[in-house]
Ligand binder design. Structure first.
Ligand code: AMP
Ligand code: MG
Length: 410
């Protein structure tokens, strides 16, 4: 054990490895139309059935010609027109040029386009004021994609970056994995739903809103089971309902004091590990199975719930979804511009605001109060400041690791 390892606490990496070692991707493949594919994960490689572009075409409005013709003259006779969707049906002969628009098919015989700004038009005689090299302003056949190439590999999630590419290949349906179904509920007698007045000692249930928002961003189908009071019967009932889902995410009830109580019920229902993770916020975390449903028990404190969901459950859902091309959020080195309070013992996921300063250097400031219930720190932040387990207080000017929020937070 190193000098700063805390007995009984599980490093974040160990927890993540334990989770990912157990979870296997869902196998169910369905077919959806291209427009329904957003956010889904490809279950097969997509190979291009065609070349893109399918024919050589002009990148400019201008004149298509044979470049060798301009060796001896600067004027050619316009013999016809090629518009987008209405190609010239003849052959561009020596001494001729063809009026052509952007995206229009190159006429047979022509190999080069000179843009209209570099011409002087006198009836059908076109004088070219600029020289051109063979192939200028022509987009060759297959310039973007070759027929038969793997264009988007299995395990990629479909986003706005893939949609137009797939459409350009004429792909109308996609083989995809089904979305994981994730049930979730909040536990606690003190919780009230929004829209109702608070009575003494009560607070609003905020976790369900953060959990739903992230799960939807992770590409899951959600099943909101509401607020479950701290009652064994109600909890049993809720666990039972949740077993139709692939995953159950709960918040609250896994911290010391409550753990025994929830633990008894969970122990009779499934195989759950109650972990104390060396992370702050988010020490208590439960993981396992209830029948065939994965169980993730998040801590109740709102920031802890969000951070554990993001750091531990997100990669698990990526694996479950078949998202083998999943990239963990990007980490960068940044210079601290404020103090970051910390004690050695746990890895901190503090909330920070990074910016690029006028020298092009990445710097990061704290959002202030880092309490695990202080959700305004999440709202102000644009990154996590990941401070190593054995690290102490960080002073301005020190280097720290930041982790940029990924699409799930936006
Ligand atoms: P617990 O993990 O149940 O001991 O809860 C830890 C803290 O988080 C307590 O202050 C709870 O009131 C609070 N908490 C638990 N669940 C929620 C929730 N769904 N929304 C807001 N706060 C919660
Ligand atoms: Mg509770």
């Amino acid at each position: 054990m190193g000098c700063c390892d805390t007995p009984g606490l599980m490093p974040v990496e160990t927890a993540l490895t334990k989770i990912l070692d157990q979870v296997e991707p869902l196998k169910d493949v369905t077919s959806v139309s291209l427009s329904e594919g957003m956010g889904l994960v490809l279950a097969e490689d997509i190979c291009s059935p065609i070349n893109v572009p399918p024919f050589a075409n002009s990148a400019m409005d201008g004149y298509a010609l044979r470049s060798e013709d301009l060796a001896n003259t600067d004027t050619l006779r316009m013999a016809g027109k090629s518009f987008a969707g209405i190609p010239y049906d003849g052959v561009c002969q020596p001494g001729e040029c063809i009026r052509i628009m952007t995206g229009a098919q190159m006429p047979e015989g022509a190999d080069t386009v000179i843009m209209q700004e570099e011409t002087e038009v006198d009836g059908d005689n076109i004088r070219f004021t600029a020289k051109a090299s063979h192939g200028d302003n022509v987009r060759p056949i297959g310039d973007d994609v070759h027929q038969g190439d793997v264009v988007v590999a299995k395990g990629n999630r479909i986003t706005a970056r893939e949609m137009p590419l797939l459409a350009s290949l004429g792909i109308a349906t996609l083989p995809v994995y089904r979305r994981p179904v994730v049930a979730f509920f909040s536990t606690g007698d003190e919780l009230r739903p929004v829209g109702e007045p608070l009575e003494a000692g009560q607070i609003y249930d905020s976790n369900r809103y953060g959990i739903r928002a992230l799960l939807e961003k992770f590409g899951c189908d959600v099943m909101d089971l509401g607020i479950i009071p701290d009652s064994p019967e109600k909890l049993r009932e809720a666990f039972d309902k949740a077993t139709t889902a692939d995953v159950l995410v709960t918040s609250g009830g896994v911290s010391v004091g409550e753990a025994d109580y929830t633990k008894d019920i969970l122990d009779e229902q499934g195989e759950i590990g109650f972990w104390k993770i060396a992370m702050k916020p988010g020490k208590p975390f439960a993981f396992g199975t209830i029948k065939n449903t994965w169980f993730c028990g998040l801590p109740g404190n709102p920031v802890s719930a969000m951070v554990t969901l993001y750091q531990l459950v997100q990669p698990m859902l990526a694996k479950l979804s078949g998202h083998s091309q999943y990239q963990p959020p990007q980490r960068l080195k940044a210079k601290a511009t404020t103090v970051f309070k910390k004690r050695p013992g746990r890895a901190d996921y503090q909330r920070g605001i990074y910016q690029i300063n006028s020298d092009g250097q990445v710097e990061v400031a704290t959002t202030g109060n880092q309490g695990s219930g202080a959700f305004s720190s999440m709202h102000q932040a644009n990154c996590f400041v990941v401070l190593e387990q054995d690290r102490g207080r960080v002073m301005p000017g020190e280097d720290v690791t930041i982790e940029l929020f990924n699409h799930a937070m936006y």
